[in-house]
Design a protein around this ligand. Structure first.
Ligand SMILES: [Fe+2]
Ligand SMILES: [Fe+2]
Length: 187
């Protein structure tokens, strides 16, 4: 499937709005741990499962296509883009570490609250900083490219996985996460 780069950019911005909701949910769990309460491990695990199957596997590779387009078409827009790949890898690694923590808890292993707190915090802070950079800088530069005279298309056939939580077909296994999102929006 080939789509307009402008539409890809819209999709990426929508992903960010959804990822921000995930980070808000994780931040709340950080608050619970700080207050000495038991975190909702199942929810953290669901969030990290979503971040793995969608954000790491679909969102970040789509961004890589956008940034490669910027680099190829307008090198003057490409300053600092070499940092993106390492940051995407770091986010995936921090996510894996947190998922491993939660899976260890589920299997009965001793994992300290301090470690869960530190790893959740590291994930939230690193991804928030990365997303803010993209929204405030990289996506704005990309606007220049997509608003240019030439319509650019990009092939996303290998990345046409629908969002299993916010997309048109919601995966049943994310029902608990969807309920938490609903509760969050209702305050
Ligand atoms: Fe990114
Ligand atoms: Fe992003």
């Amino acid at each position: 499937m080939t789509i307009l780069l402008a539409d890809l950019l819209d999709d990426l911005r929508e992903d960010h709005r959804n990822m921000a909701i995930m980070l808000d949910l994780l931040s709340r769990q950080v608050g619970h741990i700080r207050d000495g309460e038991k975190p909702d491990y199942e929810l953290i695990h669901d969030i990290m499962r979503y971040m793995t199957v969608y954000s790491d596997a679909v969102h970040h590779p789509k961004e890589d296509l956008l940034y490669a387009g910027m680099q190829a078409e307008q090198p003057k827009l490409a300053q600092g883009l070499e940092r993106v790949g390492p940051e995407h890898r770091e986010i995936a690694e921090l996510g894996e570490r947190l998922r491993n923590d939660i899976e260890a808890v589920a299997s009965g292993a001793a994992v300290t609250r301090e470690r869960i707190l530190a790893d959740t915090n590291a994930y939230v802070q690193t991804l928030r900083t990365h997303m803010a950079w993209e929204e405030d800088d990289l996506f704005r530069r990309a606007d220049e490219l997509v608003n240019g005279e030439k319509s650019m298309f990009v092939d996303i056939s290998h990345l046409d996985t629908l969002d299993p939580v916010f997309g048109p077909e919601r995966e049943h296994s994310f029902a608990n996460l969807l309920q938490n999102i609903k509760d969050l929006s209702q305050g």
